[in-house]
Design a protein around this ligand. Structure first.
Ligand SMILES: *Cc1c(COP(=O)(O)O)cnc(C)c1O
Length: 379
């Protein structure tokens, strides 16, 4: 049995079972299936997330249950979680937003008391720790993504890391049902990745962003979000595993993980210690966590003005998450079961947050330019 699992998985950098899927959301979907979650079940997740997460929950047949954030923080509020869970809540998805670990001790307490499974959304970080324990090791499973904007980029891809051999056996069994993407699609993704590798620089962020959105709109590039389908109509993506090409690329990139991590640490350290601009403020971090950021968040007094100024100055500054279920606009929130006003802290934060890059392509010159830009802002 063990051999079978390892055949389907790539050996972990943390000694657990790993299964590679087409995307992070597909990995989450596979975890939910292995937990026998479906119709009538509820899955708790934080608002201030991306559409991919509720999409996977809905694909399993379950309903998303939105939990608010802690005040002035980017992660789930354990008190709000404790208040909102019901008898139908079968799992809690804990997101470590931007790489900042959630309050695991209090969340685990709630989960254990109510006997609910814990799944960690590690799409933003691989190596952060909470009380010296690596994130991704607290729950029964965690999932990762390798698309643009994540710590390791291969263009598209996801994986599930399973911490229990029982659950791993179930996924291993189910893995047979996941097929490879079409060759033409892999080729397109390959070209996209190559173009990104050659062309992308933080200075070109805004141009690349418009260009990519244009390509996505015209069906030339793979876009990040699937249209929300009617209930019961599953996107085909949820039947896909990772292509051999992407798996190979991922393996290669994982070898560089410690470089990527060191770089992110160094850049975030500079941002934290050198940005003293008045229109933005830092998010406090406690001493008992070690954060490896996917992006470095700042709270902006006037988000729109700062984004516009960054655009003009060609400084990479991202707006996500711009809504509680990014990128859904208010009118579409009900399609994923979110009611306006349900999570006020998440709604407020999405109007304030901007994020700076800490990825591989950021040069020291980019860091200096970004810091200068922010410190000289006059809005
Ligand atoms: C990117 C991301 C996902 C989903 O990843 P895909 O590979 O796009 O499916 C899930 N959760 C978070 C927090 C993410 O940032």
């Amino acid at each position: 049995m063990l051999k079978n699992i390892l055949n389907n998985s790539i050996k972990s950098y943390q000694g657990c079972y790993n299964f590679c899927f087409f995307r992070g959301r597909v990995a989450l979907y596979a975890i939910l299936r292995a937990l026998a979650i479906g119709k009538g079940d509820e899955i708790a997740l934080q608002a201030f997330t991306c559409l991919a997460v509720p999409e996977a929950i809905m694909a399993s047949g379950a309903k998303p249950l939105y939990i608010d954030l802690q005040k002035n923080n980017v992660n789930m509020d354990p008190n709000n979680l404790s208040k909102k869970i019901t008898r139908n809540t079968r799992a809690i998805i804990v997101q470590h937003t931007y790489g900042i670990p959630a309050e695991m001790d209090r969340i685990i307490h709630v989960a254990n008391k109510a006997n609910i499974s814990l799944i960690e959304d590690c799409c933003h970080t691989i190596y952060s720790t909470f009380h010296k324990q690596s994130i991704g090791t607290f729950g029964c499973a965690s999932f990762y993504s390798y698309e643009w904007g994540k710590p390791i980029v291969v263009g598209i891809g996801g994986s599930a890391k399973i911490n229990s051999s029982n659950l791993a056996a179930k996924i291993s069994e189910d893995y047979k049902n996941f097929i490879f993407p079409k060759t033409s699609r892999i080729l397109r993704l390959k070209l996209q990745y190559i173009a990104y590798s050659i062309l992308f620089r933080p200075r070109f962020y805004w141009q690349m962003r418009s260009f990519y959105n244009w390509l996505g709109k015209h069906g030339i590039a793979e876009s990040n979000y699937n249209p929300i389908k009617q209930e019961g109509l599953l996107s085909k993506d949820f039947s896909l595993r990772m292509s051999a090409y992407h798996k190979k690329l991922l393996k290669k990139k994982l070898l560089r993980l410690s470089n990527i991590t060191e770089k992110s640490k160094n850049i975030a350290f500079q941002y934290r210690n050198k940005i003293f601009s008045l229109p933005v403020s830092h998010i406090p971090a406690s001493n008992d966590i070690d954060i490896i950021y996917a992006r470095y968040p700042l709270l902006a007094i006037n988000k729109h003005a700062i984004l516009n100024a960054a655009h003009k100055a060609n400084v990479e500054l991202a707006d996500w998450y711009a809504t509680p279920i990014h990128p859904l606009k208010r009118d579409d929130w009900n399609k994923v079961g979110y009611q306006e006003g349900e999570c006020p802290n998440a709604e407020k934060l999405s109007k304030q947050i901007v994020t700076l890059p800490t990825h591989e392509k950021v040069s020291q010159r980019d860091v200096d330019r970004t810091i200068d830009f922010l410190n000289n802002l006059s809005l």
